[in-house]
Design a protein around this ligand. Structure first.
Ligand code: ADP
Ligand code: MG
Length: 579
């Protein structure tokens, strides 16, 4: 094998340029990224060893060793993981793994340039969207990757780059399976040779990596200060412990780990679920309802729950452990009862997973219900972040319908900024009110000012404000609540709210077009007729009818949707959905 020089793909060159020159205020996250890659490589090796009898290096102790060498001015992150073949190195280190990464980072950069992004905001965004391996170039003069794959017949190689658009691959000397990433530090990055700085970073970002991370310092004279390097991280499966053994801080730390290293003040989780089951399936779960919607919530390749089988990570993002409408929940599930030696596709289908999913769904909904009833303020924030996602469940999961309906919240005309549940709405209904009133449209402020509310308001009845685009779909699947139907104040006549003598007319009005005619006849002699006729001429085909009404108190006129027809808001949504 010879030495070759390659150009990076254009997107990588652009990414490198961003990363090294302008993106980060805090370059320290490179260490977290490289440790996380080392841990991934160890996980893959552990998994591979179980399914592939040919894999070399099975006897290796999984560990990550970080060596800071002041004499050589290098920082090395070494693992005994899966390693890379020559082809894999070219593929994995020469391209960007996630589509969209570059576009996303450019967005961050633009926001920063315009001063729209605080440092804290930047840190948070990056925390959700690691840039991985290339972050090493923030602190590196040069990066050399010494790696050897465990695949039979693989040769060791060295991959080198100065982050200047090119990289070289040459034969290497590494004997054991795994990877050692050697960084020659830039002048301004000498701090990453310091023991306390490194210890701190490892604890802060990588404490719950389940493999031991050890630290060795070699001083400026070349003396090895740690002939037997000590483990720095906790490296324990916190989810397998009993909640009574754990402090609040333990959970906070682990949450940080789950969320990729950063949690801003105010973004603490809304709730957590630490649960273990023995029968029918054994599993541990430690899940969180994040304190802020993850950036990838509506993306196809979003993050999800991590699935472990007997402490071995078998799937980084397992989205079959919870229904889609609970996809904002993050955390870890670990089970003794999962087979390791099957493909990931088959694992996703495994019957144990559906049993775990059933239990987790129940538990998660129970947690949400508890928050809703005991911590209204927290739940209001949660609902703002995740309400639209939870609402999807009404269409997709009929088995949890009852519980999901109780989780629904809206603002209402009478309750101002507070959220109202259907239960609370119905309990507060005056005796003569028959339907649950709502008004739907894209802009809540406009809804609050709508003339359509006048007649209902005058009666002391409340109206739910539905400004989320999915609300009317939700109503379609609800139809009614405790025997009360949902009615839009913009649609048909308002017999509940209108005066007694109008009632009969309006009821008929709903039944047939003939009733319309009868009513028009009845009003033939009204002095308002010339105005109505003028309206009919002016609006012509665009309106079905122009009539006198008692629905208004202060406003002179308003548009009404035909009873039984499609509401204008619904038409708007359908129009938007059309290609
Ligand atoms: P990600 O970790 O999100 O896939 P990275 O940029 O961090 O993206 O890493 C790119 C790829 O390089 C990884 O997916 C992996 O295939 C490979 N890689 C990086 N570091 C290692 C390592 N220490 N051992 C084996 N493979 C590695
Ligand atoms: Mg990575």
């Amino acid at each position: 094998m010879s030495s070759e020089t390659h150009e990076f793909k254009a997107e990588v060159a652009a990414l490198l340029n961003l990363v090294t020159n302008s993106l980060y205020t805090n370059s320290e996250i490179f260490l977290r990224e490289l440790i996380s890659n080392a841990a991934d490589a160890l996980d893959k090796a552990r998994y591979q060893a179980l399914v592939d009898s040919e894999l070399g290096g099975k006897e290796l102790e999984p560990h990550i060793l970080i060596t800071a060498n002041a004499q050589a001015n290098t920082l090395t992150i070494e693992d005994t993981g899966i390693g890379m073949t020559r082809e894999e190195a070219g593929q994995n280190l020469g391209t960007i793994a996630h589509s969209g990464t570059l576009a996303y980072l450019k967005q961050i950069q633009e926001a920063k340039a315009k001063g729209e992004l605080s440092e804290a905001g930047e840190v948070n965004l990056i925390g959700q969207f690691g840039v991985g391996f290339y972050s090493a170039f923030m602190v590196a003069e040069e990066v050399s990757v010494h790696t050897r794959s465990g695949k039979p017949g693989s040769e060791p190689i060295i991959w080198r780059s100065k982050g200047d658009g090119r990289y070289a691959v040459e034969p290497g000397t590494r004997e054991a399976r795994g990877t050692s990433i050697e960084i020659t530090l830039k002048g301004e990055a000498k701090e990453f040779l310091d023991r306390w700085r490194l210890q701190n970073l490892i604890k802060r970002y990588s404490n719950y990596v389940i493999h031991p991370i050890k630290l060795r310092i070699v001083d400026a004279e070349g003396e090895d200060k740690d002939p037997e390097p000590k483990q720095i991280n906790a490296a324990s499966a916190i989810w397998a412990k009993s909640p009574s053994e754990l402090e609040d801080e333990d959970y906070q730390e682990f949450y940080k780990h789950v969320m990729g290293g950063f949690v801003l003040p105010g973004d603490e989780p809304f709730g957590k679920l630490h649960y273990s089951a023995d029968a029918p399936i054994q599993f541990h779960a430690l899940l969180f309802v994040p304190g802020r919607a993850p950036a990838d919530l509506f993306q196809e390749d979003r993050k999800s729950l991590q699935l472990y089988a007997r402490r071995v990570l078998v799937m980084e993002n397992c989205d079959s452990l919870l229904p889609q409408y609970l996809r904002f929940i993050r955390g870890v599930v670990d089970s003794e009862d999962l087979p390791l030696n099957v493909s990931r596709e088959m694992l996703q289908e495994h019957k144990s997973l559906s049993a775990i999913r059933r239990q987790l769904t129940r538990k998660a909904l129970k947690l949400l219900a508890e928050l809703a009833s005991d911590e209204a303020e927290t739940y209001a924030k949660l609902w703002k972040e995740f309400g639209p996602v939870i609402k999807e469940g009404l269409h997709t999961d009929s088995s949890q319908r009852k519980d999901l309906i109780e989780l629904l919240r809206w603002r209402s005309v009478a309750k101002g900024e507070d959220l109202v549940s259907l239960k609370a709405y119905v309990e507060a209904m005056p005796e003569d009110q028959k339907s649950i009133w709502y008004i739907a449209g894209p802009d809540e402020a406009a809804l609050r000012n709508s003339p359509h509310l006048e007649a209902v308001n005058a009666k002391g009845q409340d109206v739910l404000l539905m400004s989320d685009a999915v609300d009317e779909w939700v109503l379609q699947s609800l139809a009614e609540y405790e025997g009360k139907s949902f009615r839009s104040v913009t649609q048909g006549e308002l017999e509940d709210a209108a005066d007694e003598d109008d009632k009969d007319d309006d009821a008929k009005d709903e039944d047939s077009e003939d009733a319309d005619e009868a009513k028009k006849d009845e009003r033939e002699a009204s002095p308002i007729d010339p105005l109505l006729n003028l309206g009919k001429v002016v609006f012509g085909e665009r309106l079905r009818d122009v009539r006198a009404s008692k629905r208004l108190v202060d406003s002179p006129s308003c548009l009404v949707d035909a009873a039984g027809g499609m509401s204008r808001n619904m038409e708007r949504i359908l129009r938007m959905a059309q290609p």
